[in-house]
Design a protein around this ligand. Structure first.
Ligand code: M6R
Length: 607
């Protein structure tokens, strides 16, 4: 939520900040702004709306500088507007700040500052920060900032510039992501790696409470007490190409198409001679031997992956498993302890609710491992061990390739755990791995049906509501299909376990309701087929996902998306692909921006 970037160096800061903001736009896109220092003056330009509006404004002004900060916003406090956009400055316009996060005690701090004569111009929580820095400033920004953070409560990543110290950007993070990127005679701060990939791959991941003093030629990292911290920069393993559309109309479509290669990449990283090798993950067999239950914590799409994971872990390891929403788990007084293994799943590794759940679990003594797509993220750093998903940067707000990557890791981890617990034989594990190896090709076959799925979407554009039904391991697929549709197309959609239909939702069925039925080959197929007949009897309009060669469904239903027949337990890796494409086309044919759906942001760093 919110993207921040800062540049100091010998090149034109404005264009670098603007390009960086475009790459961070997935983090929020309701307003944007930029602040620069030049000839002893602070200039701020900001506006409501997308980065393209800001770009037009900047082109008119033709400003230039060698140091500046930028921000793209996802509103929390105060509506999207130009006055609530960042950067915010102190009332004397000496200090400018960009902020990602929430200052929880801003109201009391604001009241106090108002009593002291400060006049605020926005409704944001962020505007108190430059004013507090100004209040404590006695010739050293770092010292002033250290005083400020002692009284701030909440989460923040901050980028700060000041006319009084025009040779540096000061940055700090507390529970909101921030990296420092190192170039030659230039340095950067950013919320996320894609913003800086065009210039450098050398980064420092700031730890909570650390202050970075970023100059053109050097960077200093200080701890909470102002002592220098020795850090070694890390090299980002992916390049700028992975963060570009590469000929696809949108990032989402590109990411849907990347799924087969992501799956193959994961298998090549973690499977050696048909055996699962988690050496790089830090997961120790002795930890797994000691655990008696598993709790999966995640949000949104990652939670749906967790629901599939629950089936897999129970099937293979025979341990009790729960999947929990991060936002609920921490307030439930969960009964867990040192024999509980928590698996936290997150694409970004910065989702505040998931992190809060993890902290609660650790507080109660549970052991935590994570499945995550961002190295250096808060989640990875707070986990005892982690499984990296190798999906590459996922830019589209709607998660697709990260989901199937998370599923793949859950298959591998379930087998691994079951082997450690001696619940399955090496042969059984090998067999499942051999099935997994066939999935990328099967996914490619589904992708070949893109034109057909687009046509089905076109025929259903006028439907006002959708129901998604699945059973067993594909019940979570139904939830995921419905989530994709609502977040992209704004069409009300619900996912249901097909067996629950008769307990209520069947009342919704009529000729105006589209019902997406996941009816692939599985031990539950016959039950699903009965549900389909119940829907037809009530004149519901069905779109079926069925296995190739299913003549029964072909005879009964007009709109069928056929997918290759795979081992039923592995089918969620396949059945979700047509649902992603269906949601994609139902939104893009309506003319919506699929990469940046309204009201959303890619990484949800507020609770
Ligand atoms: O980064 P995370 O995987 O933790 O994000 C969790 C959810 O915010 C995310 O999956 C969200 O539901 C997506 N927009 C779904 O497409």
């Amino acid at each position: 939520m919110c993207g921040i970037i800062g540049y100091i160096g010998e090149r034109e800061a404005v264009s670098i900040i603007l390009e960086g903001l475009k790459r961070l736009e997935y983090r929020g896109y309701d307003s944007a702004g930029i602040g620069i220092l030049k000839e002893g003056k602070l200039s701020i330009l900001k506006c409501k709306g997308r980065i393209s509006y800001l770009q037009t404004l900047l082109e008119k002004k033709q400003i230039s500088a060698r140091i500046g900060i930028g921000h793209t916003r996802w509103a929390t406090h105060g509506e999207p507007s130009s006055r609530n956009a960042h950067p915010h400055s102190d009332f004397s316009r000496h200090i400018a700040v960009v902020h990602n996060g929430i200052i929880e005690n801003y109201q009391e701090l604001r009241k106090q500052l108002e009593k002291e004569g400060v006049r605020f111009t926005s409704e944001t929580d962020s505007e108190i920060v430059p004013n507090l820095i100004k209040k404590f400033y006695e010739g050293d920004l770092r010292k002033a900032l250290r005083k400020v953070i002692k009284i701030l409560r909440g989460s923040y990543a901050l980028g700060i510039i000041s006319v009084d110290e025009p040779d540096k950007i000061i940055a700090i993070r507390n529970d909101s992501p921030l990296i420092i990127a190192l170039g030659k005679k230039e340095n950067f701060i950013a919320s996320d790696i894609p913003a800086i990939l065009a210039y450098t791959r050398k980064v420092i991941y700031l730890n909570n409470g650390e202050i970075a003093v970023v100059g053109k030629d050097d960077v200093e990292i200080l701890d909470k007490r102002g002592r220098k911290v020795a850090v070694s920069p890390e090299k980002v393993s992916f390049n700028i190409e992975l963060a570009q559309k590469k000929g696809f109309k949108d990032f989402m479509l590109k990411e849907i198409y990347e799924q087969p290669s992501v799956l193959s990449r994961i298998l090549s990283q973690y499977v050696k001679d048909n055996r699962i090798d988690f050496k790089t993950s830090g997961i120790s067999p002795s930890l797994l031997k000691s655990i008696k239950e598993v709790v999966i914590i995640a949000c949104g799409t990652a939670f749906h992956a967790g629901l599939v994971g629950r089936y897999l872990l129970e099937t293979f390891s025979r341990l009790p498993v729960w999947a929990e929403l991060g936002s609920e788990f921490r307030y439930r007084h969960p009964v867990i302890g040192k024999k509980t293994l928590v698996i936290a799943i997150s694409q970004s590794g910065e989702t505040a609710d998931t992190l809060a759940g993890v902290r609660e679990a650790k507080r109660r003594g549970a052991r935590v491992i994570s499945i995550c797509n961002v190295l250096g993220s808060s989640l990875i750093r707070e986990s005892e061990a982690y499984l990296y998903t190798y999906a590459g940067p996922e830019i589209s707000v709607a998660s697709t390739k990260a989901y199937t990557a998370q599923l793949t890791l859950l298959y591998l981890f379930s087998l691994y755990l079951a082997r450690v617990k001696e619940k399955i034989s090496a042969e059984q594990s090998k067999k499942v791995i051999s099935y997994l190896k066939k999935i990328p090709q099967a996914q490619r076959k589904v992708l070949e049906r893109e034109a057909e799925i687009k046509e089905i979407a076109r025929k259903h554009l006028h439907f006002g509501a959708f129901l998604y039904l699945g059973r067993g391991v594909n019940f979570p697929t139904a939830l995921e299909g419905a989530l994709k549709l609502k977040e992209l197309s704004y069409i009300p959609a619900e996912g249901y376990a097909a067996g629950e239909m008769k307990h209520g939702p069947i009342a919704l069925i009529d000729e105006y309701r589209a019902v997406v039925c996941i009816a692939n080959d599985s031990p539950l197929y016959e039950k699903m087929f009965s549900n389909i007949q119940e829907i037809i009897a009530r004149r519901g309009k069905i779109i079926a996902i069925a296995s190739e060669g299913n003549e029964q469904i072909k005879r009964l239903i007009k709109e069928v998306i056929f997918i290759p027949s795979v081992e039923p337990l592995l089918s969620p890796l396949l059945t979700v692909v047509p649902l992603q494409l269906l949601a994609y086309y139902l939104a893009s044919l309506k003319g919506y921006d699929v990469d940046k759906p309204r009201n959303l942001a890619k990484s949800v760093t507020v609770e």
